[in-house]
Ligand binder design. Sequence first.
Ligand code: PMP
Length: 376
Amino acid sequence: MVKVENSKNIALSDSIINLDHGDPTAYEEYWRKMGDRCTVTIRGWDLMSYFSDVNNLCWFLEPELAEAIKELHGAVGNAATEDRYIVVGTGSTQLCQAAVHALSSLAGSHPVSVVAAAPFYSTYVEETTYVRSGMYKWEGDAWGFDKKGPYIELVTSPNNPDGTIRETVVNRPEDDEGKVIHDFAYYWPHYTPITRRQDHDIMLFTFSKITGHAGSRIGWALVKDKEVAKKMVEYIIVNSIGVSKESQIRAAKILKVLKENCESESDNFFEYGREIMRNRWEKLREVVKESDVFALPKYPEAYCNFFGKTLESYPAFAWLGTKEETDLVSDLRRQKVMSRAGERCGSDKKHVRVSMLSREDVFNVFLERLANMKAH
Ligand code: PMP
């Protein structure tokens, strides 16, 4: 039986817990431990201009942030940064839209189809439908996609919501009308073994899910093609005339500390994050095993180049399934647990996405409620 520790939080015992969003508060304690090492002082007269570096194609990118990004990827070994443009965005949410816009505006005909293999990150649907652009059209699941003409495939690896390692599924190697955007939000060593240095045409990363600083709203794209990078920059100029410098400076500082700590024995953030995730996944698997009703995906082990050993995956979301014919999102809601419906991710009622990145006490309440859910 899993021991669920929740003695401090009696107040939580009756409240609704929200594990629908992946709000990454799990790492707060680590950053608190770093004390003033990540503190940034910004005086009243600092950072006033729109411009950061007029010689850079992405002129609103703070050079300090660009440097920190390159150093971190170098230390982790998860992505190539040489011969690429770095485009900074207000979260990778803005960059995904910028990339879809850029690729569509360079395509020969419109609308360009946008697809992702189910189950997919549900926000892609909103991102590609909300403004009703005539330039591109959300076409849903990439698995069955066979429409002619230009298309964009969004590949998320490890995948949100189900944590699997993904490659393109449309695969038309001869077709230069096919473009791919790789979303590597979770390709970091606390979630998954780093098996290769990715070097795709457009790669998206987010500060939110590396360190947990989602509130800073910083993401970046590594882009090979100059024209695509230019179009992405144009989109961001029209959308928000750049990206908050305060956020960029803070992100640069924290990423720098993160990178320095990568080399440390005691303060390695990825080691710390991995331990949290391992602990949560073990407890969750235990509850699921005892339930007889729920199911979770299994992930293959792989050699992680960063840690230098074979490791398991501990995804940021649990893709929870049920063996019963039921609407799992409603069942959980009745237990005051909010999760994301599988249907929103292009899947079915028998699956939900549950965030694994909440605060510890919230996660423990979730386990308690899940353990108490009875078979119908
Ligand atoms: N891509 C994926 C796969 C995500 O899960 C998220 C965050 N939920 C994002 C992009 C967006 O991250 P942000 O806008 O916070 O950078």
